[in-house]
Design a protein around this ligand. Structure first.
Ligand code: MTE
Length: 325
């Protein structure tokens, strides 16, 4: 039994990651977090919840694509190098300006082809669903990447509870529109038609890898990373992983998405990570894994479906991925 008491973690481990990493190593065997808190100390103290050894659990998690043992990108980079155009276009803008956003209370409108439409408080929407940890690669279309330990709820669990009708073929997600608190939305220079919208085919949304994240690194989601509720689709370019979601709509028709509207020849609806299909203005064969610097560029080969082919390639069988980029 590998679960240790919280007291075993030396007080000297004061940085968030080192505390985090040790706790996660111990907790991974448990697989799940209690629904209501991100780092429940009760779980650390429990012996009943760890039927597998940490090693057994992590290899089964890895086989499902839920976990990678690649070096995690430090919290500081995950939370300071961001794309969140609602707060500006510079990578440092979201960390600086997202603090102006109010995320509590938060409600999510559910509409379209579902048996249980309505406006739900985030708490009600997620009530009773277990939070899970997923350590995923995130590959931005701009050719940088990170490895991030997310906490969240698999989207298929949430959708099943909302009961899509037989007509539902797509899921559309919309980000909050609140120019008073999102300075990028009130910028005269913005070319985006707000709010930011993204979408998935229903089978992509129901894939076990697709996560609705509410936290990362064992803590609440930083605002710059899309608090309080964002999508994470690890086999697709990062722009599909829409942040700060206030609306989920199930539909029969494929939704129009922000980047497709803006530059359809550059950003497709599918946006699957694919080293064989270059962006019209740059190659997608390699990526810069963060942290990286001038003297340690950390350039690595990009993998098909960002390394999740075993889990998702079947979704695209028979499709021409050059055409459906
Ligand atoms: N969601 C919204 N609403 N607005 C954005 O500008 N940027 C996307 C995606 N989700 C974006 C968004 C892009 S391009 C990327 S790469 C990821 O968020 C970055 O997520 P991160 O900042 O948490 O790493």
């Amino acid at each position: 039994m590998l679960i240790k008491q919280a007291a075993d973690i030396p007080a000297s481990e004061i940085t968030p990651e080192s505390v985090y990493l040790k706790r996660r190593e111990l907790m991974r065997g448990a697989g799940l977090f209690a629904a209501s808190s991100l780092v429940p100390s009760a779980l650390l103290a429990s012996s009943e919840l760890a039927p597998l050894s940490a090693r057994e659990a992590s290899s089964s998690m890895a086989a499902q694509g839920f976990y990678t043992n690649e070096d995690k990108t430090p919290f500081e980079d995950v939370a300071r190098y961001n794309n969140f155009y609602e707060f500006g276009t510079d990578k440092s803008d979201p960390a600086r300006y997202a603090q102006e956003l109010t995320v509590d209370p938060w409600s999510v409108q559910v509409e379209g082809e579902v048996a249980r439409p309505g406006t739900y408080s985030l708490d009600d929407l997620l009530k009773g669903l277990d939070l899970e940890e997923r350590v995923y690669r995130l590959r931005c279309v701009e050719a940088w990447s990170m490895v991030i330990p997310w906490i969240g709820v698999p989207l298929h669990r949430l959708l099943s509870r909302l009961e899509p009708t037989s007509k539902a073929k797509y899921v559309e997600f919309t980000t909050l529109y609140r120019p008073a608190e999102m300075r990028g939305q009130r910028s005269r220079f913005s070319t985006i038609d707000w709010p930011y919208v993204e979408g998935l085919r229903l089978d992509e949304a129901m894939n076990p890898l697709t996560l609705m994240a509410t936290g990362l690194y064992g803590r609440e989601l930083p605002k710059q990373n899309g608090a309080p509720f964002r999508l994470v689709v690890p086999w697709k370019y990062g722009f599909k992983s829409i942040k700060s979601i206030v609306k989920i709509r199930l539909s029969e028709q494929q939704p129009r998405t922000t980047w497709q509207d803006l530059a359809p020849q550059e950003y497709g609806f599918f946006a699957n990570v694919n080293p064989e299909v270059d962006h019209p203005r740059w190659s997608q064969k390699y990526e810069r894994r963060l942290p990286s610097g001038l003297f340690s560029p950390n350039r690595i080969k990009t993998q098909m479906f960002n390394g999740y082919a075993d889990q998702v390639a079947h979704l695209y069988k028979g499709m021409n991925l050059r055409r459906h980029y």
